[in-house]
Design a protein around this ligand. Sequence first.
Ligand code: GLC
Length: 524
Amino acid sequence: MFYEAAVFAFFDSDGDGVGDFAGLEAKLDYLSWLGADCLWLLPFYESPMRDGGYDVADFRSVHEPYGTIEDVARLVSEAHRRGIRVIADLPINHTSDRHRWFVEARRPGSPTRDRYVWADDPSKWGEARVIFSDTHDSNWSWDPVAGAYYWHRFFDHQPDLNYDHPDVAAEMIDVARFWLDMGLDGLRLDAAPYLYERDGTDCENLPETHAWLKKLRAVVDEEYEDRALVCEANQRPEDVVAYFGDGDECHMAFHFPLMPRLFMALKRGDASAVAEIIEATPAVPEGAQWGVFLRNHDELTLEMVSEEERAYMYEQYAPEPAMRKNLGIRRRLAPLLDGDRRRIELMHAVLLSLPGSPFLYYGDEIGMGDAHTLDDRDGVRAPMQWDSSPGAGFSSADPSHYHLPVVAAPGYGPEAVNVEAQQADGGSLLNWVREALALRRARPFFGAGGFELVPTGHPALLAYIRSDGASKVAVLANFSDERVEAEVRLDGVRWRPALASGCRLEGRRGEAGPYGYGWFEPPT
Ligand code: GLC
C-alpha cells in the first residue's frame, strides 16, 4: 500500500503552522501501525508554492519550511528502519518561472533560451488540449521580457522544459539521480505524457517522450537496485500501458480510467462500467504493476470519460458549481460518498482486491472532509486531523496561522473525525481500513495474482476471483442500495468470509444487502 502525503499537511514539528520532514518522521509509527508499505511525498523542493510545490524553483533543494536535505535523508532512513519505503514526486515536465533556468532563458539574447519552448505564433500546436481549463484558454503565454510566447501545459507560471535541448534531457536524469542517491526508493513522474511537442500531434504520449523515459529507466536499472518509477499519465488504458514499455519503461502507472468508473458504478447501482474497463485494460509486462486509487491531491479527474458520463458525474457528485475544478471534482472521498460508512467500505473492499497496488490519500483512512470553497485544490489538502482539538493536533501554532485551515465542514471537523478517537474505537473506519490492509497483505496474490471476472447475471453485483493457483479469494460487491440475490458462476464450494459486510456466498448463491461486499475463501 502506498500512502500519499503532503509534507505541508501531515504534521508540524516546529510550530510554524506548516508541516515538515521532522513531523513526518514523528508520525512514521502511525504509518507502520496502519500498514503502509511506501510513503509517496508530494513535491518538497524549493518552490514559490503557487501549485502546491509542483512549481519547482530548484530541484536540488528542500522547500525551506519543510526542513533540510539532511531531514529528508533522516526520514528515509527512519522509514527504512520500519520497513517503509519512500518515493518522491518529481515534476519533470516544467519548472516554476522562478527557476534559475527560466530567469536566464527569458533574457533578451539569452544563449539558453531553448531550454524552454518558445514561439512567435500562439496558434501553434492547437491540437493540444488545455488541462487547467478554469484558468487558461491557451497553452501559450506572452513573455514581454523575452518578446515571445512560451509553452506551458499547466499554469502560466510553470513553463514547460524543452526536452529537445540536450541540457534539459540530461539534467532531469541527474536530478533523478540526486534523489535516488539520497536513498529514495523511487520517483513519481509527474505529468509524464507531455515532455515533447511535435507538429501535427496533440503533443501527448509521443515516441520521443517514451524514449526519454526508457533512458531514465536504463539509468535506474544500471546504477541502482530495487527502485521504482511510477508514472502519472492521465490517459486512456491503451495509452497508459505504453508507459510500461516492454518492461523497460516505468515500473508502475496509475490506473486513471478505472477510478471515475468506480464512482459512477456506485451512483448508478450498476457495476458494468467497472467490469468493462477492467476487461479493456491490456495486460501489463512481467514485473510491472498498476497503481489503483480512489482519490488523491488533485481534483477527481473526469478527462477520460465521455461527455455524457462527465455530466452525470458532475450532477451526482458535484451539485454545487464550487465543487468543480477544471474537468473534475475537488472533493474528498468521505464527502463524495456522503460520509456513508457502507459505501466507503465497499469502495475500499474493491480497491484493495483489484490487481495492482492501492494508493491511499492521507486522511481518507479516517474519512476526512474537505473545503471546496478554498482556492484551486487546497480544499482537499487540509491539515491531517490527529486529535479532537481545534487545531486537530497538527501543530502547536495558532490554527489561524496554519498554512491551510483545518476542515470545518459540519460533521467533519477534528472533534468528529480524528486519528486518536478512531484508534481507540475498535469499530472505527480507521481500524476497519487497517484490518482490511492486514488481510490483504496476508494474501499476496491480491497484488499481482490472477484476476477473473465472474458473471453474476445482476448488473449491481460485481464478482471476481483473485488467485495464485494455490489460494484464491472470491470478491463480491453490491454497488446498489438494494438487496441483491444472484447466481454467481463459481465452483460450488463452501465459502467462508475473510472480510465481509451484509454479504453471503453459499455455493453459487450470492446475497448482498445495500452496498454489501465480501472477500470469500474456500475452507483450508
Ligand atoms: C500533476 C499534479 C498536479 C499538478 C500538475 C502540474 O497533474 O498531480 O497536482 O498541478 O501535475 O504540475
